[in-house]
Design a protein around this ligand. Structure first.
Ligand SMILES: [Zn+2]
Length: 210
């Protein structure tokens, strides 16, 4: 299975996804937002080789577990350079809610510098979707799109946080996500999965743009 495991981590219940190559033991982790030891255990116990850590954006609930995971298992850490500042030490109340947050290291590579990365013989394609944050990026892989806090089942990401832009977020969803085929599975940064077709038809936040 290309989607090997989903772990719900940290106080804000972030979906951390482990993708595995079809033809090797290579894996990629998306959004290790907290509880890094659980992610390390899941990867290690399955005998997988972590090659990359991808973050959809810089918010602490998506980056808080990168540091330990990166130290323990390696893997190149990718984050949009424009989002580095949003992963800095969060305010106290948020820190308490997150539990176990660690400041992520400097990225090994910026998501801006490539269009895709390899996982086994397949590509994980980067789709730039600014709006929730300036560097928000979705990842397309084998019929699935990992949407971070840009698109949720029946909702969209908030755009009132620093760097957020609601108009840009809706344009990103319309021009870069809803153009994907209906059957593509949507795996958001929080909450249940969906499909592009279901979101186009019934997401109440998208009625003005579809
Ligand atoms: Zn966010």
């Amino acid at each position: 299975m290309p989607l090997f495991e989903t772990l719900i981590v940290g106080g804000l219940q972030t979906n951390c996804y482990i993708l595995k190559a079809d033809d090797s033991d290579e894996c990629v982790v998306i959004d290790p937002g907290g509880e890094p030891q659980r992610v390390i255990d899941a990867v290690s116990s399955a005998g997988l080789e972590l090659t990359r850590i991808l973050c959809t954006h810089g918010h602490p609930d998506h980056t808080g577990g990168v540091s330990l995971l990166h130290d323990e298992l390696g893997g190149s850490f990718y984050l949009a350079s424009s989002d580095i500042k949003y992963s800095a030490q969060p305010p106290g109340w948020l820190l308490a809610a997150l539990g176990g947050y660690q400041q992520p290291p400097q990225p090994d590579a910026s998501l801006n510098s490539a269009a895709s990365v390899q996982l086994g013989s397949e590509k994980i394609v980067f789709i730039r979707t600014p709006g929730h944050t300036p560097g928000s990026t979705c990842f397309l892989f084998e019929g699935m799109v990992f949407t971070g806090d840009t698109l949720f089942k029946d909702s969209i990401g908030r755009y009132d946080l620093p760097g957020g832009d609601g108009k840009q977020e809706l344009e990103s969803i319309r021009d870069r996500l809803l153009v994907l085929p209906d059957e593509i599975l949507v795996y958001p940064g929080h909450g249940p999965s969906s499909t592009i077709g279901d979101e186009r038809r019934s997401n109440p936040f998208l009625t003005e743009i579809v």
